[in-house]
Design a protein around this ligand. Structure first.
Ligand code: ADP
Ligand code: MG
Length: 470
């Protein structure tokens, strides 16, 4: 019994200025459909591709970060297929000799082997109108994406659970962001194909799943579906399926073709590129700090525990950047980490927002921590305030002014409670300490539990003392 076997292919849009073989911009923000195109990326006959060196270097960074061997030369091949997303009827990709091979990435205690990393061009984007790929009324084609540089990262089938795949993707994303090879804020995409087989049977490929949660859902569904087939003694066939995120199920697209069917040939328009040892070592020397190294540094520099450091760094590179920027402005690394982990992250997650696209800023966040530290607001109130702050981005000081519950006039509340509870006041004066606790509880309720019990106690004693002296 081989159990569940899963292997994935990840397509990462590389953070280059221009496309892989022409000088059109790679930045898709505010672009109308079919605006960033030219004869090369539209595949006009006679147009000649010119390789973007930066794309190769970014691919090398990925290979090195995943502990791969880098090939000593590279060339491109044509993968021939007929489909409206590819106007020249072949995709320029790497097949026989990929840029990088035989690496690994560890997830928890499991080593996931990386089979290959190669560079290829993206096809055009198809928009299915009035349905999905299986039932749309018609299809629109946007060639802006055509010819954009991608790195394809292929793992060996080393995963045994969908959850592991999800974790792997989180780690991989953080690595890609730290390497500077991927920038989601430029509307870049990260797409995943997942292959899964049960008990040594044929594998099924679920194509083009967006969102890591969806990858996990698609795989969980496949395990149930394939197990069901086994129970009914129906053989699983090799096929390509599509994940439908409305129903959380997969649907059949086509019986899977084999790689040999694509009739790969060497692309005569592009030269063989030699990758010298010097080139590789200069890339290695200039590698940015990787997540694992950053975790170690956080533990040392900010005295965080490893778990906290890992959450801050692996959840999202920008979150770790935000943390460091806060620490530069507010020298209490543990307090910053606590408030980020326990409250900021929760509010962001609740809104399904990433910090970079949110309204949260270092200046205003540090302002909140300062207000708590100098006792202007209680921690309890800050926990409420932070939700509104994440929602609106309005500075905590402004929010306090706006909200009446923000600044509790504790003295006024205490005065009112004392007037309303004359019996308890008399009891306290006659030496019954219990009465003070009762009054404290009344004040707490009257402030909607926003006031700090310590401060209430002080205010109570002050006023009770004052009335004794009268
Ligand atoms: P193809 O050549 O059709 O693209 P590959 O052999 O290159 O197929 O594998 C593609 C992906 O499928 C890889 O991520 C690999 O790990 C995965 N894979 C291969 N065999 C299996 C299997 N038996 N079960 C699950 N995944 C598999
Ligand atoms: Mg493949």
């Amino acid at each position: 019994m081989a159990g569940v076997m899963i292997g994935i292919e990840v397509h990462c849009q590389l953070n280059t200025e221009s496309k892989l073989f022409c000088s059109n911009s790679n930045d898709m923000r505010n672009k109308k459909p079919n605006e960033s195109v030219c004869p090369i990326c539209l595949g006009y006959p006679g147009s000649k591709p010119v390789i973007n060196k930066h794309a190769i270097e970014l691919g090398m960074r990925i290979g090195l970060a995943l502990d791969c061997k880098i090939a000593d030369s590279m060339f491109f091949s044509r993968k021939t297929y007929f489909y409206p997303d590819m106007s020249k009827s072949y995709q320029i990709t790497q097949y026989e000799v990929p840029l990088a091979t035989e690496g690994y990435l560890t997830v928890g205690d499991t080593k996931i082997r990386i089979r290959r990393v190669h560079i290829e061009e993206d096809p055009a984007k198809l928009m299915h109108v009035g349905g999905d790929i299986t039932n749309a009324e018609y299809v629109l084609i946007d060639y802006n994406r055509s010819g954009v540089a991608l790195a394809e990262i292929v793992t060996e089938p080393d995963f045994t659970t969908p959850k592991q795949v999800h974790q792997f993707l989180d780690n991989l994303l953080s690595i890609l962001e730290h390497l500077g090879v991927y920038d989601s804020s430029k509307e870049a995409t990260l797409r995943c194909d997942a292959n899964i087989s049960l008990d040594g049977g044929e594998r099924v490929e679920v194509k083009n799943i967006t969102g890591f949660e969806n990858v996990e859902k698609a795989l969980n569904f496949e395990i149930i579906r394939q197990n069901g087939m086994k129970r009914m003694e129906v053989k699983v066939e090799r096929e390509t399926r599509h994940f439908d995120s409305d129903s959380n199920t997969t649907k059949s697209l086509r019986k899977k073709e084999y790689e040999e069917d694509y009739g790969y040939i060497f692309d005569p328009d592009l030269p063989v590129i030699k990758i010298s040892k010097e080139w590789v070592s200069s890339i290695k020397k200039n590698m940015p700090e990787l997540p694992d190294q950053r975790v170690k540094r956080f533990v040392k520099q900010y005295a965080l525990d490893e778990y906290t450091a890992s959450v801050l760094i692996y959840a999202d590179k920008n979150l770790a950047d935000f943390y460091e920027e806060c620490c530069r402005n507010y020298n209490k690394p543990q307090t910053v980490a606590n408030w980020m982990m326990n409250y900021l992250l929760k509010s962001l997650n609740w809104r399904s927002e990433r910090i970079k696209n949110s309204k949260v800023r270092v200046g205003t966040f540090v302002e909140l921590l300062t207000l708590i530290e100098n006792g202007t607001i209680t921690e309890r109130y800050a926990k409420e305030l932070i939700k509104e702050y994440v929602d609106t981005g309005i500075s905590p000081k402004e929010l306090m002014k706006k909200s009446s519950s923000g600044k509790i006039d504790l003295d006024a509340v205490v005065k009112k409670v004392l007037e309303e509870n004359k019996k308890a006041v008399d009891e306290y004066r006659s030496g019954k300490q219990e009465a003070l606790k009762f009054l404290l509880g009344r004040v707490l309720v009257a402030t909607n539990k926003q006031a700090d019990p310590k401060l209430i106690n002080e205010a109570l004693l002050k006023q009770l003392g004052a009335s004794i002296a009268q």
